[in-house]
Design a protein around this ligand. Sequence first.
Ligand code: PLP
Length: 421
Amino acid sequence: MATAAATATAAALATGRFDAARARADFPILAREVNGRPLVYLDSAASAQRPRAVIAAVDHYETHLHANVHRGVHTLSQAATEAFEGARERVRRFLNARSTKEIIFTRGTTEAINLVAQSYARPHLAPGDEILVTWLEHHANIVPWQMVCAATGATLRVAPIDERGELRFDEFQALLSPRTKLVATAHVSNALGTVLPVKQIVAAAHARGIPVLLDGAQAVAHGGADVQALDCDFYAFSGHKLYGPTGIGMLYGREALLREMPPWQGGGDMILSVTFEGSTWNDLPWKFEAGTPNMSGAVGLAAAIDYLEGLGPQAVHAHEQRLLAKATAAALEIPGLRIIGTASDKAAVLSFTIEGIHPHDLGTILDHEGVAIRTGHHCAMPVMDFFKVAATARASFACYNVDGDVDRLIAALHAAREVFA
Ligand code: PLP
């Protein structure tokens, strides 16, 4: 697969354009039909598909390497440990973290944020303290803070957005105060695609000594993240949004902060010693990885990162932006269509409504045409409330989408309008 990726990159360099058709051929599921039509998959913001390289890496692990990690002297245990810790090093390089001590494997973004809420925020919060989020958050970056606020008497504050779905940065800054103990914000909004000004957010918070968590679930596959350049304190993402498996994700944490944080789950692997009188904790990062981890998932995630970097994240990003621009222009020609989220800097997400058609009906009609989009509140109900809609239809683009996918989407939307005319 590295070969296919390298070929696609070479082709992109030769033509000046990323060869998405070649990338598409790396994803076996995209060869299937849905409702008698070739599948057009436009739901990658919910979960991206996996290339053969990821499927093969997981298969290789399961077929040749699997045993429990860290505590075995036998050959397979050592091989599994090497594969698992090798995957950690791969994630470290991808994020440009300083050390693998800063890379904690989790089930995904949600678990990573809950870890910070329970292990970092909870011990730091007292009544009157505040956690600051934005109006653009996924529920995974709202509910864990509500839970920790309820347990400590702290308050959740929300920085507002404007009609385009952009953060009102002045108001965000005005909400920073000595009471603010943590800023937690999306890097990219899943509901609208808005890319948040995360460097400025981090700088403004750090100027007041406030740490920042970035929810990178929607960012890492569309331009990546360099945690040293961002200067964030925590960064979370999920493997399945990055062409990797489900059930694996990670939390980056600044080592100095992780050292001070207590473990949040107890069990095997996170301890150095256990007696009935008490236990002592393992070193970083294992202090935060209680129980048998998801080894095959980690291996698959490392393969997904290899795959994406083989394609060239910048070439992929430029390709997705071109598809977004094409889809946006064509969508605006459809009578009654309203685009929700028109930020100047957007990831390849097109959220919209069509007058007189419920988004769920739209999703069903498109599915009959073999076009998979997402409809609903996208786990971002406050964003829906802001725009006074119950739901939107959302098409999201990835490395394997081609111009023909945009054409099929637009044709299906025109057809849907006719059904309801
Ligand atoms: N944050 C954002 C911005 C997301 O888009 C998602 C998933 O859609 C999540 C968090 C939660 O990710 P997961 O369900 O993989 O934990």
